[in-house]
Design a protein around this ligand. Structure first.
Ligand SMILES: Nc1ncnc2c1ncn2[C@@H]1O[C@H](COP(=O)(O)OP(=O)(O)OP(=O)(O)O)[C@@H](O)[C@H]1O
Ligand SMILES: [Mg+2]
Length: 497
């Protein structure tokens, strides 16, 4: 599919999201769209997919000018989109998810099933059509989303930050799929903040900044540095810790933690773990190996079946989430829409979430809206959250800006322990450096951090110590100064180091 976007305009209250945007997508090519948080990438793609109507400009597809009243119109001419947050129904099977809403194509019976099987074979998708989506990991869910788009006959596939949630091995598998797609003449539009990956997979690169396209780059000759400069006008950051601040005072100790699911599956198995003051302990693992459960058990969101958790010499094994937070635990959740923000609340109210009992946002037993607003203003300034005001709803923020706000909130009030799941997921290179700086500074003042990340460079660069989690067990330890991403990846998948 050949697409020409010309002079696209889109305004929201207080924000020009797209201004004079030009973009050309070629058939048979992977086109990467990059740019700082809030640059207008997702907005542009929502316009191309018919989710949002532009205020101006034209969309020309294979020589014909098009106007989309809804995604149905875009899908009809072969445009498919996989969103930053997946939209599958958990309680349905793979097949049901794919066929749902597209019954008119091949019905819901054998014909549909064989069609799905054919696409899976053509692209080497290893998916059981009868598996419940609830039982699938992120990488498999993403394949279902792509399958769904292909089933509808897409010849342009838009992927908004598809690799943010994947570990390196899964990224390579996705890239192999994308190469097959473009080899068959389709077009792929790929949004990412990971510049290495962009240089690896893209045939064309377009850069956006402050709502407009500022240029294109040639992936055969461009460097990461040049891309970063085009995007944010900044030097590329690297997560290095500098001086050693690790103490021998434990802040968090897990001993013999076990967790068994309702169906008797071992989710966590005899986990021993200590985080000291001034120390960052990184947890490396392929997603779905117990990281989520580990965090939930510490946060009091689930009860451990065995073992004990100590925070600053106090047994917190049976404390509620609120009580754990009151002890000074900051929590950056892996799913920011489920546990991080309430999308329809303004930012200042989101400042209060989870912190209803902390001083800056309360006055005695009452909430203190003035305090919450002032503190939300502080976070917006300190973490460079791009928003018209504290009264803007979280939904109106770009993905990366929502993440920056959550990190800022969880670092408020001098926590003693930070549980950070993918703290820089979806943020641009400049914001990533700023978040690393904030964490490093707090570590210097004695903060202990349990860091979970799919970004191995971040894990190796930021951690004082690394633990590998596999099938609910801690299976290996590494000194980040003496381990490569390759070795870590091998340990994560259970291979010999
Ligand atoms: N529904 C909306 N209502 C109001 N403002 C919006 C809405 N959607 C986006 N915006 C604003 O438009 C601008 C562009 O947002 P967009 O989501 O397109 O950025 P992005 O480039 O995808 O950023 P990120 O890398 O963080 O995902 C931002 O300032 C955002 O706050
Ligand atoms: Mg976005």
């Amino acid at each position: 599919m050949h697409v020409e976007l010309r002079g696209i305009e889109k305004r929201f209250p207080g924000v020009v999201a797209n201004h004079d945007v030009d973009l050309t997508i070629r058939p048979g090519a992977v086109h990467a769209l990059i740019g700082e948080n809030g640059a207008g990438k997702s907005t542009l793609m929502k316009i191309l997919y018919g989710v949002q109507a532009p205020d101006g400009g034209t969309i020309v597809v294979d020589g014909e000018e098009r106007r989309f009243a809804s995604p149905t119109d875009a899908i009809d001419i072969g445009i498919g989109m996989v969103f930053q947050h997946f939209m599958l129904a958990d309680n349905l099977t793979v097949l049901e998810n794919v066929v749902l809403g597209a019954e008119k194509l091949h019905g819901i019976g054998e014909k549909a099933r064989s069609q799905v099987r054919e696409i899976c074979e053509a692209y080497g998708f290893d998916l059981d059509p009868d598996a419940l989506v609830a039982t699938l990991g992120v990488a498999a869910r993403q394949r279902v989303e792509i399958l769904k788009v292909l089933y509808r006959g897409a010849t342009l596939i838009i992927l908004d930050e598809p690799t943010a949630v994947l570990v390196p091995q899964e990224v390579q598998a996705l890239f192999a799929n994308l190469r097959d797609l473009v080899a068959s003449g389709r077009s792929v539009l790929f949004i990412s903040h990971k510049l290495d990956e962009v240089l690896e997979i893209a045939d064309d690169i377009t850069v956006m900044r402050r709502g407009t396209t500022v240029g294109t780059a040639d992936p055969r000759t461009a460097t990461k540095q040049e891309l970063a400069e085009l995007m944010v006008g900044a030097e590329l950051p690297s997560p290095e810790l500098g001086e050693d601040t690790v103490t021998d005072v434990p802040i968090l100790t897990l001993s013999g933690i076990g967790l068994t699911s309702d169906t008797g599956r071992r989710l966590l198995d005899d986990v021993d773990l200590t985080v000291h003051r001034g120390e960052i302990v990184g947890i490396a693992g392929v997603e779905g190996n117990g990281q989520t459960e580990l965090v939930e058990v510490i946060m009091g969101m689930r009860r451990a079946t065995s073992g004990a958790i100590t925070l600053a010499e106090e047994d917190i094994t049976r404390l509620s989430t609120r009580k754990v937070r009151e002890r000074g635990v900051g929590f950056i959740p892996e799913d920011r829409h489920r546990h991080g923000v309430v999308l329809d609340f303004p930012l200042w109210e989101n400042r209060i979430l989870g912190h209803q009992t902390t001083r800056r946002v309360t006055r005695g037993p009452l909430l203190n809206p003035g305090g919450a607003r002032a503190d939300a203003e502080r976070i917006i300034a300190d973490y460079d959250v791009r928003t018209p005001s504290v009264h803007t709803s979280a939904r109106a923020l770009s993905g990366g800006n929502q993440q920056k706000f959550i990190v800022g909130r969880e670092m408020s009030g001098e926590p003693v322990l930070l549980l950070a799941s993918h703290p820089t997921r979806g943020v641009d290179v400049g914001a990533q450096a700023a978040i690393w700086d904030h964490i490093r500074r707090a570590r210097h003042d004695g903060l202990g951090v349990l860091l979970i990340s799919a970004d191995l460079d971040e894990l190796i660069g930021l951690s004082d110590r690394l633990e590998v989690i596999l099938r609910g067990r801690i299976t290996a330890h590494f000194d980040p100064d003496h381990v490569t991403a390759q070795e870590l990846g091998t340990a994560m998948t259970g291979g010999a180091a």
